[in-house]
Design a binder for this molecule. Structure first.
Ligand code: MG
Length: 382
């Protein structure tokens, strides 16, 4: 069994989202956008698929490294790429590795006719989801005031969500960040949804110690459930300082480089109460499962960052909490359910109890709409 090709299909779709200069997504008028699909082609007549990935990096680095390799040797391949990360001068990154690793897991699942969560060791088939909002903005009818957050939270509760996380205002908004305004948004949401709904805050990531402590203490008064990433995650000492002073669980690191080793450091230094990681941050399912087991060994919770098929399959196999799936991002002017027109069904269907059902179909569990992709393919290296 061996890998005989790595293809990157590029296709277009109508997007209603765009990213600001800091990389945060907001609703936008409909426009053409590009999406990629990484395909690991094997000589078994079964392929592995994962949406995303750079064609340039796949062609230049990934494909030459994978040709002839056994696609089931995921650990060996991950170790090879990990060494390569150091020598690639930034040409290869964890998000790209995550796509390649997930495509190989998808192959394994399709080949063995099992969902990945069962190959990892099944633990659950549904998971509690919180609705995660987009960042604050200055749009009319958007998330432009604390009151707007309150009204939107009410709407989300009416839709059936039983937990909500706010992303508040960040640069490039001129007056952002503003700790008092963040707290005002949190207060408006708490007043709108009542005392019992778990609420979380993920605010600007560059607050200083005193600003973060002020927000954290206000969140304690508002009975928030966790406080996520308020400072630069490279500054572990500041997180040790903050977590020591607050009762509310501090959550991190999310996007900090260093995978399992960075998270090990945060755990032993007690820099956070709840560890954070996702397939994109850790470099795939293979390394994220190592973080899962690391947290289990230390009795520390791990909350998964972001949505999508790979994170869901990991949640299906996580024997420690991991209490939540992050569903979103949501905004009053944006239809999240239409976000992946290249799939025949949404990957994270949510029921009226705010539970997302984890696909039990083979691999990543995606029903790919090949007609849509073929009709919209821009360029392929086939
Ligand atoms: Mg976050």
């Amino acid at each position: 069994m061996k890998i005989v090709d790595v293809e990157t299909i590029v296709f277009k779709y109508r997007s209603r989202r765009q990213h600001d200069l800091a990389g945060h997504s907001h609703p936008a008028p409909g426009h053409d956008a590009l999406q990629t699909l990484t395909v690991v082609v094997t000589d078994e007549g079964v392929n592995g698929y994962c949406f995303g990935g750079s064609k340039e990096i796949n062609d230049r680095i990934v494909k030459p490294a994978l040709l002839g390799k056994n696609p089931l040797d995921r650990e060996k391949i991950w170790q090879m790429f990990y060494r390569r990360l150091q020598a690639s001068r930034g040409g290869l990154n964890d998000r790209q590795l995550a796509i390649v690793d997930m495509a190989m897991w998808d192959f394994a699942g399709r080949y063995l006719n099992q969902p990945i969560c069962k190959l990892l060791g099944g633990y659950r088939e549904k998971v509690w989801a919180y609705a995660s909002t987009m960042c604050g903005d200055e749009m009319e009818e958007g998330l432009n005031t604390p009151e707007a957050y309150g009204r939107f939270a009410e709407q989300l509760i009416k839709q059936g969500y039983t937990a909500i996380k706010l992303h508040t205002w960040m640069p490039p908004i001129e007056w952002a960040p503003d700790p008092k305004r963040d707290v005002a948004a949190c207060r408006a949401v708490r007043e709108a949804v009542g005392d019992d709904v778990p609420l979380m805050l993920d605010c600007y990531h560059g607050y200083n110690r005193e600003q973060a402590l002020y927000i954290g203490r206000e969140l304690e008064k508002l009975n928030f459930y966790w406080f996520e990433e308020p400072m630069d995650e490279h500054n572990i000492a500041s997180y040790v300082w903050l977590a020591d002073k607050l009762d509310i669980p501090v959550v991190g690191p999310e996007t900090a480089e260093g995978k399992i080793w960075t998270r090990a450091e945060w755990i032993v230094r007690e820099a956070a109460d709840i560890i954070r990681g996702g397939v994109g941050d850790n470099g795939g399912i293979t390394p994220l499962m190592k973080t899962v087991h690391l947290c289990e060994a230390f009795g520390v919770r791990l909350e998964i960052h972001g949505g999508g098929a790979g994170n869901l399959q990991v949640l299906g196999a996580m024997g420690i909490p991991g209490e939540f799936y992050e569903r979103g991002l949501f905004h009053p002017n944006y239809d999240y359910e239409s976000v992946t027109p290249w799939l025949k069904e949404v990957i994270d269907p949510v029921d009226r109890q705010s539970h997302v059902h984890i696909s039990q179909k083979p691999g990543l569990g995606m029903e790919i709409d090949w007609d849509f992709i073929e009709e919209n393919t821009v360029k392929s290296n086939k």
